[in-house]
Design a protein around this ligand. Sequence first.
Ligand code: CU
Length: 494
Amino acid sequence: MNRRDFVRFGWATVITTGAGMLRPAFARPLSMRQVPMPPRHPMAAMSETRATGPTADFTLRIAPMMVELAPQVVISTIGYSNRVPGPLLRVHEGQRVTVDVVNDTDVPEYVHWHGLFVPPEVDGAEEEGTPPVPPRGRRRYQFVAKPAGSRWYHSHTEAMMDLHRGSYTGQFGFFMIDSANDPGLYDQEVFLALREWEPYLSAKDQDNMEADPNDPMPEKPDTPDPRPNGLEVGAPLYSINDKMLGAGEPLRVLSGQRILMHLLNASASQIHRIGFFGHHFQVIALDGNPVPTPQSVDVIEIAPGERVDAIVEMNLPGVWILGELRNAARQSGMGIVVEYANQAQPRPQWLPPAKARWDYTIFGKSARHLAPDQTVDMVFEKVPGGPHGINHWLVNGKEYPHEREFIFRQGLRYRLVFHNRSDDSHPLHMHRHLFEIVEFNGKPTGGIKKDTVIVPAFGRVAVDLVADQPGLALFHCHIQQHMDFGFKALFRYA
Ligand SMILES: [Cu+2]
């Protein structure tokens, strides 16, 4: 693909911010490079909103909008403030934040602050009792921004069979909470949100991650479920931020630079694997939380709801594609061109990286975990919907809602054991809390704090958390269709 074949429409596919972190040696050549900047188009522009005072004030306007993913490829969706992703909201840890949300649509909406410790009244989940942003109305969200790290915000509205609601829309954005402890030196900071568009129902599962025969699959039953699978959500178009591969401006780099990449999977339904030939991702944080053992990997696997912060050293001059490993997804848009300065040949190259299985535990440390006060086993099962139906999901034998099965007592330490008795991988998300992975498919680990964790097909994952955020806390699979069709539980404080 030759990006020069495309009309340049918006140059802000990659948001880059110096963030005051430029190493002097690199700051000058970058700024001196004569890059023709096409006019900023209001639909494509993504600006950073940085709050500086003790009180931040942001306004998000929910309204229908168009997104030009590529020349002649324009989709209509609902977005925040006419941008996809929505404005980058950036605050300091501990800062009191006020966000006014104006809803210019005819349906109630919820804005969820994913990964933040906020009370249920403002968490943006109907199940927890957050009031909606009424149709043609507005609501003010006020909270203290914590903990530090890469957070995000997105619609938490139920969609069910309407693939134009909730996380199927463009309602998502980055929410950065800066701490005094910076993740390290870097020359550029980029925000990359992975998305698919124009979802449809299909009997073909686009996200069929080939099962590794070496996977332990501790929850695999002796006899496979003979019932036919239901319809899954597929998509024909993909983008990173608001541009398909080749349609946006490339990420321009200089040899020797260190690029801090904030990856977010804002997909409603698909796990993605991202590679960048000849380069390594030094993973420094998962879900915004620094990992005990930063490690270099060739492939990042990231599920809906997850974030990965990685530093990439630019040490292979050329014009490359950073993108999805699956050819179909990458060729349908999920990628971005990375262009070193002064390259003679402009044609971006894609070469598949060495295949590597993603393994959270390499980022952990050996740890002796305190014995939990209570262990909560959670068993997830699929009720296959058949060729004309939708799969339903059971948590401990029941679809949402449950009675009072899941109770936290404040101050106690819980071990949640996720038993995935289905042939799909599920990104499981706990609202308003962080948990620590203590065991992943039989491998012990420690120190990895997350709010969303992939439980592989027929896999088992144990996480620890201390119940220290009183109020209702929603737990669910972050795949919108799974969540809408039963894959949810509500934890209550006694
Ligand atoms: Cu799921």
